[in-house]
Ligand binder design. Structure first.
Ligand SMILES: Nc1ncnc2c1ncn2[C@@H]1O[C@H](COP(=O)(O)OP(=O)(O)OP(=O)(O)O)[C@@H](O)[C@H]1O
Ligand SMILES: [Mg+2]
Length: 325
């Protein structure tokens, strides 16, 4: 097998705070293979964004502490890269579409100016050739009057249009890895689907890998090859998307699926499991889901580790493992 484009080993991240440290990421292992579309799913606060942002070194310096773990991005150790190399990698071989798309485009500059800047920064194309590339990228995102759109300012465009432009821009430098953090949450359901289909098609066409963060289990199962289910800063279940969602082995995954009403708004936050996510200033000693788990028993005060439950399928639950001695 080829080397993974992203490999995270035993990552631990905390945010120092006056009321104690927030232990956001508590031992995450994650891998994205070339051309693979990997989903990261879990309730709000499970540390999906912090995990992805740490991997791309996008959290503000000094705001967090990485206490353990190793991150390798396209074969390079992220901890050992200079700021300059890291900047070059981001927006080049690695692109990110953030959770708050409104802030990703500069309101004072035309779309054309912003796209050309990105294209010129990361390729040899200049002037007319760069403009032609911008038009091509917008057309790939099914934007018809691309030339005209280049003259517009972000506020003159709909949310769906802005998001398609951001995805087009993300592909400007032919990234090997695209991290898409809830890229369509702000959009209505039909537009969400269209935008995701375009994203998916473009990733397939270019062979880019995608780490796709979403609340939407239906979207995850439709678009992802493999998924990681996160809870309280840990991966509780992972495997092929269809297998994990069709045959969940962790009570948390099962609860997420059960909590999804038939006619759920796909973008709706996953909040309908009884109880709340634990306080990460004092994370639970054993299984973090135990206080909300209807199968909880005495052993659950000991932390379960990911263990094979099927082909390429792992879950971290004592129900699926030998009882600890
Ligand atoms: N700068 C920060 N300072 C302190 N705590 C933080 C900071 N950023 C994130 N956290 C905490 O880290 C935990 C994980 O946050 P994160 O944003 O990764 O969750 P998420 O899974 O992406 O949630 P959502 O689905 O709402 O985007 C949360 O408890 C959050 O409050
Ligand atoms: Mg997030």
């Amino acid at each position: 097998m080829a080397d993974p484009v992203l490999k995270i080993d035993a990552l631990e991240v905390l945010f120092p705070g006056f009321r104690g440290n927030v232990h956001a990421v508590n031992g995450v292992d994650l891998e994205v293979q070339p051309s693979e579309i990997v989903g990261l799913v879990g309730e709000s606060g499970s540390a999906k964004s912090v995990t992805a942002m740490t991997a791309l070194r996008l959290l503000p310096k000094g705001s967090y502490r990485q206490d353990a773990g190793k991150i390798s991005l396209l074969g390079r150790d992220v901890a050992k890269m200079s700021e300059r190399d890291m900047n070059h990698l981001r927006g080049g071989d690695v692109a990110m579409i953030c959770q708050e798309p409104q802030t990703a485009l500069n309101p004072t500059k035309s779309i054309g100016k912003q796209m050309l800047r990105v294209i010129e920064l990361h390729s040899d194309l200049r002037g007319r050739a760069a403009k032609a590339r911008a038009i091509e990228l917008l057309q790939d995102m099914r934007i018809n009057d691309a030339e005209e759109i280049l003259t517009r300012y972000p506020f003159e465009l709909s949310g769906g249009m802005r998001q398609r432009i951001l995805i087009g821009m993300a592909f400007a430098c032919a990234p090997k890895l695209l991290v898409a953090d809830e890229p369509t949450t702000a959009l209505d359901v039909t537009v969400q689907r269209q935008v995701l289909q375009l994203l998916h098609a473009k990733a397939h066409q270019t062979g880019a890998s995608v780490l796709f963060i979403s609340h939407d289990l239906a979207v995850i199962s439709q678009f992802c090859d493999r998924i990681y289910v996160m809870y309280a800063g840990r991966v509780v279940e992972t495997g092929p998307a269809q297998e994990v969602l069709g045959n969940p082995q962790h009570p948390y995954t099962a609860a997420l699926i059960e909590a999804l009403p038939e006619d759920a708004d796909p973008g709706a936050p996953l909040t309908s499991i009884p109880g709340t996510v634990p306080n990460l200033v004092k994370p639970p000693r054993g299984c973090a889901f135990q206080p909300r788990c209807r199968h909880a028993h005495a052993d659950c005060v000991i932390r379960p580790h990911l263990t094979p439950v099927g082909p390429d399928h792992q879950a971290a639950c004592w129900l699926r493992e030998e009882t600890p001695q």
